[in-house]
Design a protein around this ligand. Structure first.
Ligand code: ZN
Length: 570
């Protein structure tokens, strides 16, 4: 019923998969080492694990691991770190500096890796993998701006065989394209308010179908089909908002990731997989993929190709599932608690997986025996014990209010968590609801004498955003309105924004205890204090780690899961 219509990628990929089979064996030792060592000491401030890993230094490399030395002297000066051995499969740049990509795709004999600011290309992928050493990549950073569209935080990528290009999504919703042959960048599609008067779409994942880029949008309950710069995009389904969906309608409001091998697969946040037709016909039939789901699934990514299983990465469970698309048989692969599982390259006999900046291989034939074992990912210990800044508040359940969500009205990226009145949880959030310190620390900002923007300033800020196609840092600060910031030490800061007013007892430089009321919920900075504008009081709450908002470098689904780990309620 759901036979692939598009085999475009199939033949090409199968050829490559065949030639790479032998490599799978030789890279197995890399995987072994990666697991033993529990990954490198942290350089990845993009994840919430830096502190954790900094304390757990990697063990010595096994004899067969290739070693990169930057100095020959055995007695390094005290202030210079001794050279570290590099384990097989480590992604390094031309200067042997370790790269920490979050996503990877294979195209032809090239591997493409993505970090929040750049694309990295490994040529001669099969040869490099076969050699069993580090994987050397060349950097191809996009230009800062494409015709007035600035490139913002890069989030995920996919490869289109038909276009022979890698398509990259940024968190403000813009799509870029890197041509595999010429190594040139171009704008694929700039975000536009293409459905006036309706909620912003939120692209949380992407996949390729024929010459189209599929964009998974749980906020609009839709899979959009983008073919280029067109203002409008067609969808797989009639436009039915998630909260209006009835039996038989598409139900993507709680989706986590999308994959496509000609047939489209969407996984929900708790594990069920829906299979859709190709979306080219008038209707898009849907059915549940039958497979035996292990306990406690928390999928972060879904990846497949023609002739490979459907791979489910569960970052928080340190687990990968390989689901046979025909039989529903599931093979389970468990990783160490210190792992950080990100992008995956599918293969008919196994998979390559990005774990802490190392591409390691697992063979399907060597699946784990225990299907249900889970080693929960180590959370950054600095976040331990943090409490919700509104008493009794439950974590929201949709991507659009989390950090990393696009903010189309200002062409920006949301850096905080919005805590609104939640009808389902009956949480009262209204003007004046107390906001409390999420943890103990020192107040480093308290806008005691805050004066909100008047309409002239607010309109200028909005005009800036439109003209610059982004939200500049000063404008972002104005849009946060009345704020309190608390420094918790160890490069952890929390921010409380849109406050109506702050607690007069809270002063810059003073200590704040966890749970102490620091201010009161309002609408400052949102423009809603201005005449005729709707009022949606909420607390905008930000967590900053190592100079980035928590979620920077992660996909929207990965970000939601990190917040679930901190605040529970999943
Ligand atoms: Zn917000």
């Amino acid at each position: 019923m759901f036979s692939p219509v598009t085999k475009m990628s199939g033949n090409q990929r199968n050829l490559l998969l065949g030639s790479l089979t032998i490599i799978a064996v030789s890279i197995a030792s890399a995987c072994y080492y990666a697991e033993k060592s529990g990954g490198e000491a942290g350089t990845n401030s993009a994840t919430a694990q830096a502190g954790q890993r900094a304390q757990s230094k990697s063990v010595a490399a096994p004899a067969e691991a290739s070693v990169i030395r930057t100095a020959t002297s055995t007695a390094a000066p005290a202030n210079v770190a001794p050279p570290q051995p590099v384990e097989p499969g480590t992604i390094v740049d031309a200067h042997n500096k370790k790269i920490m990509p979050g996503a990877v795709v294979l195209a032809g004999d090239q591997l493409f890796f993505l970090t929040p600011t750049s694309l990295w290309v490994a040529d001669h992928a099969s040869k490099q993998l076969q050699a069993g050493g580090p994987i050397t990549v060349a950097q191809f950073a996009p230009p800062a701006v494409f015709g007035g569209v600035p490139v913002q935080e890069l989030c995920n990528l996919t490869y289109s065989p038909k276009r022979n290009s890698v398509v990259v999504l940024d968190k403000s919703g813009d799509l870029y394209e890197f041509l595999a042959d010429s190594h040139r960048w171009r704008l694929f599609r700039s975000n536009l308010p293409f459905l006036p008067g309706q909620p912003d779409p939120e692209f949380i994942d992407l996949a390729v179908l024929d010459d189209k880029i599929l964009l998974l949008d749980p906020e609009r309950n839709q899979i959009w089909k983008a073919t280029g710069p067109a203002r409008t995009m067609s969808g797989f389904f009639p436009n039915v908002f998630p909260w209006r969906a009835r039996k038989g309608d598409a139900s993507l409001g709680d989706s986590a990731a999308i994959a496509c091998d000609g047939t489209v697969y969407v996984i929900k946040r708790y594990g069920p997989v829906t299979v859709y037709g190709d979306g080219l016909g008038k209707s898009a039939p849907q059915a549940l993929l039958r497979f035996s789901r292990p306990d406690g699934m928390r999928p972060s990514r879904l990846i497949t190709a023609a002739g490979t299983p459907l791979f489910v990465v569960e970052r928080e469970n340190n687990r990968v599932l390989a689901v046979d698309k025909k039989t529903g048989r599931v093979s389970t692969f468990q990783f160490a608690a210190s792992a950080d599982l990100r992008g995956l390259v599918p293969h008919s006999d196994g998979f390559w997986l990005l774990d802490n900046g190392v591409l390691c291989y697992r063979a399907l034939a060597k699946a784990d025996k225990s299907k249900h074992a889970v080693a929960t990912r180590h959370q950054d210990s600095r976040l331990d014990g943090m409490i919700m800044p509104i008493a009794g508040m439950r974590l929201p359940r949709h991507a659009g209010v989390f950090p990393g969500a696009r903010r189309l009205y200002r062409y920006g990226v949301h850096e905080g968590l919005d805590l609104f009145y939640d009808a389902g949880a009956k949480t009262k959030v209204q003007m004046g609801t107390p906001a409390r310190a999420a943890d103990s620390g020192k107040v480093i900002r308290a806008d005691a004498k805050f004066k909100d923007m008047n309409s002239a300033v607010f309109n200028k800020v909005m005009a800036d955003c439109l003209r610059e196609h982004k939200t500049s840092a000063p404008n972002e600060d104005l849009l946060r309105g009345c704020q309190v910031w608390i420094d918790h030490g160890n490069h952890l800061v929390t921010r409380y924004a849109h406050l109506d007013k702050i607690n007069p007892a809270v002063k810059t430089g003073a200590a704040a205890n966890a749970g102490e009321i620091i201010g009161f919920v309002g609408v400052s900075g949102t423009g809603q204090n201005l005449p005729g504008r709707a009022r949606y009081p909420h607390l905008h709450f930000e967590i900053w780690l190592d100079g980035h908002y928590l979620g920077w470098g992660l996909t929207p689904t990965e970000t939601m899961q990190v917040y679930e780990d901190i605040f529970g309620n999943y």
